[in-house]
Design a protein around this ligand. Structure first.
Ligand code: ADP
Ligand code: MG
Length: 341
């Protein structure tokens, strides 16, 4: 039995993460040794000596994750696979197999379906993923569910639970571009020039698969996950699983020139977009300070992109933000499916 809860409470009072925390223990008692369930970007299932399968699934629902007339079928096909690939990258694995379930209205044009499938197939081929099955059903709203099975040498698996106080918090990409793209769409702003690039970041996040595999094998990389709900929320997943606190230096947030210019033009709070808007799908990791300098250099040599520093893992359980050494209060704590509305 789940614990009794006050009857006047609704999902929006609990929030997405509290909901998962509430039911997860009910399903954790019979999990065999070596298998890892709820709590990371993927579940882990050992499958042959020293190797494990990584399994992840994500659901994209019309009017929650996208608006049908704003996203092309090709972009939706790309994104529905890409966000799942990102969860495999988050633990350092290589994607292998996919299952695709679609719920579609009966009047969906065949051209839309072909474009969706072509785009899904193209990204599958590029990333070495084989589609093995799925399900197809009618619905009044479009819903897309993808499940991916990946593979990894067990010793290299990266989890949210591996951060240690003193670790440097890093991320692999600029933050906030995707959130800005979404804002442009929702606010009905002109979609040209820089705005187009920001929308592209929202519709076609590149799964950081090579980066994930490489980082998982580097000495000193401790915890890792992908940024789907915004650093302000995702760092809390690392804190909960690793029993630690964190200090985020807002001055260090990697903000692209495109985002700076667009924020200045429309008077947006750049820092809040970068911290809380989410869907960046780059990697968030914590690194042993001993290995940090060497890792930063090696990462740049490998990918010709900087590894960005965001702050430090602290003992305790507090999450602290500073801007120019002064306390900073973010406007929102990141995306939550039930609380953010
Ligand atoms: P991500 O953003 O990486 O996809 P989530 O924050 O959605 O991860 O989920 C966190 C954890 O909770 C994951 O381990 C995920 O598998 C698990 N989870 C989320 N929703 C459910 C559900 N409905 N049933 C079982 N596990 C779930
Ligand atoms: Mg994830």
């Amino acid at each position: 039995m789940l614990n009794k809860i006050e009857t006047y409470m609704h999902l929006k009072d609990l929030g997405e993460f509290e909901l998962i925390r509430r039911f997860a223990p009910r399903f954790s008692s019979n999990i065999p040794q070596g298998v890892e369930g709820i709590g990371n970007d993927c579940a882990v299932i050992p499958f042959r000596e020293n190797h494990s399968l990584l399994v992840t699934t994500d659901l994209l629902v019309e009017n929650t994750h996208f608006i049908r007339y704003q996203i092309s079928a090709a972009d939706l096909g790309f994104k529905s696979l890409s966000v799942n690939l990102s969860d495999i990258a988050a633990m350092g694995g290589k994607p292998r197999y996919a299952f695709l379930s679609v719920a579609l209205p009966v009047d969906t044009p065949m051209e839309w379906i072909d474009d969706f499938m072509d785009s899904f197939a193209k990204l599958s081929e590029e990333t070495g993923v084989l589609l093995l099955g799925g399900d197809t059903t009618r619905s009044t709203q479009i819903a897309i569910n993808v499940l991916i099975i990946g593979e990894i040498e067990t010793a290299f698996i990266k989890r949210r639970s591996q951060a240690i106080p003193g670790d440097i918090i890093c991320c692999t990409g600029p933050l906030g571009d995707s959130g800005a793209g979404l804002k442009i769409l929702l606010d009905g702003l002109p979609q040209e020039g820089i705005s187009k690039e920001l929308i592209e970041a929202h519709f076609r996040p590149r799964p950081q698969l090579e980066e994930g595999v490489w980082l998982a094998r580097q000495p000193g990389v401790h915890a890792m996950m992908d940024i789907s709900d915004g650093v302000a929320s995702d760092i809390q997943r690392i804190m909960e699983e690793s029993y630690c606190g964190a200090h985020i230096e807002v001055d260090l947030l990697p903000i692209s020139e495109n985002l700076r210019k667009t924020s200045a033009q429309f008077g947006w709070q750049t820092e809040d977009l970068a911290l809380s808007a989410g869907e960046d799908y780059c990697l968030l990791l914590t690194v042993d300070p001993k290995n940090y300098d060497a890792l930063k250099t090696a990462y740049f040599n490998q990918f010709h992109q900087p590894l960005h520093t965001l702050g430090k893992i602290l003992p305790g359980s507090d999450l602290i933000y500073t801007l120019n050494k002064e306390t900073f209060l973010p406007a929102s704590g990141g995306f939550d499916h039930f609380k953010s509305h």
